[in-house]
Design a protein around this ligand. Structure first.
Ligand code: SER
Length: 316
């Protein structure tokens, strides 16, 4: 029987992953956790919830032990733009949080899911179809923490033999919880603005290519990887995954097909533009496809239609 702990449950991915996992494994078997308690969230009211700051090692171990957890989805993390405002806070949460989770997992014999990011790549990485294994010398503190995190996960696997798997997520587009402090966030805000105001001011240049996936694929991918036959995994951790490589201009054009009155203008944020420029235009996810069957359902057209349908029904 799976007993799962999700850290960072009230974030963009966690909010939906907890529901998704509860649907598969049963509500009582998925313990949500977060630094804050949000009583208006179904995450807190419809299943077990623990207040947990992963920078506290003792509390992290106790939550894992007391709930007899055997699998941890470790999502608690700060994102790229927030990290540039406070690099030391990012290091504390992303790195000390990770080692605390790995230590708790080691003590209790848990498997771990670790989300890495396209942020591990930097100016020296190939820009197009960036390979699974290539130069990873990022220029953001977030990217540095994710490279270090990937290596730490590999190290714990080699040294202690427990099961740690992970994906390098690109930007994730979703319609329940908003992302916070990321560089790819424009691709979520653009939909809310399209519906509420008919216009969006984008902080990236119109021709900035970045990879994205839609949340249903992000959730399915995580569970599919965790359930995959280990004998078929050559890489195990840090798999590149993507579903679309797009620019703000292309996303705007796709929204306009449904909402012709929609307009966009650009006010470039130099910090986030620099970050985006240091990341790939598109990544190669063939290892994920061949080793465990990554096969995203949503491309630009299908994701855009679904986002507009779901959000316009909700925000009406
Ligand atoms: N979505 C993240 C960010 O923009 C990338 O992993 O920071």
């Amino acid at each position: 029987m799976n007993k799962i702990l999700v850290t960072g449950s009230l974030g963009q991915i966690g909010t939906e992953l907890v529901d998704y996992l509860r649907g598969i494994y049963g509500s009582a078997n998925v313990i949500a956790s977060g630094r804050r308690d949000k009583q208006d969230s179904s995450i807190v009211t419809e299943g077990p919830f623990e207040l947990l700051d992963v920078t506290d090692p003792k509390k992290t171990e106790n939550v894992v032990k007391n709930n007899r957890v055997n699998t941890i989805y470790h999502l608690a993390s700060l994102l790229s733009a927030t990290g540039e405002k406070d690099p030391q806070a990012l290091w504390n949460i992303n790195m000390n949080g990770l080692i605390n989770v790995l230590e708790a997992a080691r003590a209790q014999g848990c498997s771990v899911f670790y989300p890495s990011s396209i942020a591990v790549f930097g100016a020296e990485s190939p820009k197009d179809k960036t390979p699974q294994v290539t130069i990873t010398r990022p220029s953001t503190i977030y990217g540095i923490s994710k490279v270090a995190g990937e290596l730490l996960c590999d190290y714990y696997h080699m040294k202690y033999g427990f099961d740690i798997r992970g994906l390098r997520y690109p930007g994730i587009i979703s319609n329940i919880a908003l992302p916070g402090g990321g560089t790819t966030d424009y691709a979520v805000h653009i939909f809310y603005d399209a519906i509420k105001h008919g216009k969006h001011t984008c902080f990236l240049k119109e021709d900035t290519f970045l990879d994205f996936i839609y949340m249903p694929d992000a959730l399915e991918g995580a569970v599919k990887l965790m359930e995959a036959d280990p004998a078929k995994l050559r890489h195990r951790n840090a798999f590149n995954v993507t579903a679309m490589s797009i620019t703000p201009k292309q996303l705007c054009a796709e929204i306009k097909k449904h909402r012709p009155e929609f307009t966009i203008n650009y006010e470039i944020d130099p910090v986030r533009q620099d970050i985006a420029d240091s990341w790939p235009n598109s990544i190669d996810d063939s290892a994920a496809r061949s080793e465990w069957g990554w096969d995203p359902e949503y491309n630009l057209e299908k994701m855009t239609k679904d986002m507009l349908d779901v959000l316009s029904a909700r925000l009406k």
